[in-house]
Design a binder for this molecule. Structure first.
Ligand code: GLU
Length: 419
């Protein structure tokens, strides 16, 4: 593969670029390679709704089920204007590797609707969610495929999905995770992806000998994942020096008041309008190139690419978003001594607590917060340790080590099951 091709890879090609390297190292044969690479099933649907002004609009929706050798398909639903089949495929595949890496008994799936979520009213969002649920419910089920929140979806969207599914199949809390606690959601689920980012960042900091009180952290994206990651790292003693939203970033070398910034964020107020946004306004692009120890891209994919990779100054890049680093530029970061905590490890905290939620729903027995934190830490730390161990034994990057562990686990499960 030429360097030029690597830089123009689609999201799905990007994931498979890593998959192929892992499969080569594991010696997977052609048939198994094809089976594990390509999704099991892809559903594309038209989602018609009446807008508030009475006009009819039709959105494009997708659910891709990638692999279920290790358990039911699992993965979020995103509402974003860039959603397309290739991207959903890539994200479904990432879920397969993520669930295998942290050893939760799920496969991988992803769904989405191509829409500008911000331009939809709450009533329109509800109609869209209910219609989309009807269009895909044939392939869902608590033992088949379990959605969760993702970009621009949240516990309210999950509540509507559960309610709509229940009209057809009867009350089924375990059909979605990331629900409101009142409806059977798990404690700590909302914060879980951010907490997992913080756990893996701290693990990587320990590995490179960086103490929390010496770590300046820059976070791109201050949504659910970025803002909780900021809070956990702030609580751990790190200095969060920059955060951003879609409008831009703020940079305060003395450290931002993260709790105040979060508190002022209700109603999605832009960062720039919050009085706690001290320091200097900078762009999202500038944030990525800041002088800091820990950089956490927590927004969309492919933000670190050939055009800026050489200018990344952080010692650690913790991938809270999915695929924030174009795969072809990993070597540039590595050459510059930047350590990457790969997405399938860094952001696996969400699906891990989703698993706990599913277990609680099936058992009809809620867990307390201490138990959830303890289980989450244990699983995330075990995965970090395993990645480090394989990376040093095989002399490969953390990303390739993570893929090798995951692809090995899924191919073993598939071989044991048969086809
Ligand atoms: N959307 C989250 C992810 O990409 C969570 C998925 C889940 O909990 O099923 O990992």
């Amino acid at each position: 593969m030429t360097r030029r091709h690597q830089q123009t890879m689609s999201p799905f090609e990007g994931v498979n670029y890593m998959f192929d390297q892992a499969a080569d190292r594991l010696g997977l044969d052609g048939g198994m390679r094809h089976l594990l690479k390509m999704p099991y099933r892809e559903l594309q649907v038209e989602v018609p709704i009446y807008r508030d002004d009475g006009s009819l609009e039709v959105f494009q929706g997708y659910r891709v089920q990638h692999d279920a050798a290790r358990g039911p398909y699992k993965g979020g639903i995103r509402y974003h204007h860039e959603v397309n089949l290739d991207e959903v495929r890539a994200l479904a595949s990432l879920m397969t590797w993520k669930t295998a890496l942290v050893d939760v008994p799920f496969g991988g799936a992803k769904g989405g609707v191509a829409c500008d979520a911000r331009s939809l009213s709450a009533a329109e969002l509800e109609r869209l969610t209910r219609r989309f649920t009807q269009r895909i419910w044939l392939i869902l089920g608590p033992n088949r495929d379990i959605p969760a929140p993702d970009l621009n979806t949240n516990s309210q969207v999950m509540a509507w999905m559960m309610d709509e599914y229940g009209k057809r199949y009867g009350h089924t809390p375990s059909i979605v995770t990331g629900k409101p606690i009142e409806l059977g959601g798990s404690r700590c689920r909302e914060a879980a992806t951010g907490e997992g980012v913080s756990i893996t960042a701290q693990d990587a900091m320990r590995a490179i000998g960086l103490a929390e009180d010496r770590a300046r952290v820059a976070i791109q994206g201050f949504g659910n994942v970025g803002s909780f990651a900021a809070q956990f790292l702030h609580d751990a003693g790190c200095r969060v020096v920059a955060v951003s939203d879609v409008h831009g970033a703020v940079h305060d070398p003395d450290g931002l008041d993260v709790p105040a910034l979060r508190e002022q964020g209700s109603g999605h107020m832009p960062l720039a309008g919050r009085s706690a946004a001290t320091g200097r306004a900078i762009s999202n692009a500038e944030l990525l190139e800041l002088d800091c120890e820990v950089l956490i891209p927590a927004a969309v994919g492919h933000v670190i690419h050939a055009g800026n990779a050489a200018r990344i100054r952080a010692r650690l890049v913790v991938e809270a978003a999915n695929s924030p680093v174009v795969p072809a530029v990993d070597p540039i970061l590595e050459e510059n001594g930047v350590v990457i905590v790969p997405d399938i490890l860094a952001n696996a905290g969400g699906v891990t607590v989703s698993y706990f939620e599913w277990v609680q729903n099936l058992q009809q027995f809620p867990w307390d917060e201490d138990h959830i934190h303890k289980e989450l830490h244990a699983r995330m730390n075990a995965a970090c340790e395993q990645v480090r161990e394989v990376a040093s034994r095989e002399k490969v990057s953390a990303r390739l080590a993570a893929y090798m562990i995951a692809v090995d686990a899924v191919s073993r499960a598939r071989t044991l099951r048969g086809i």
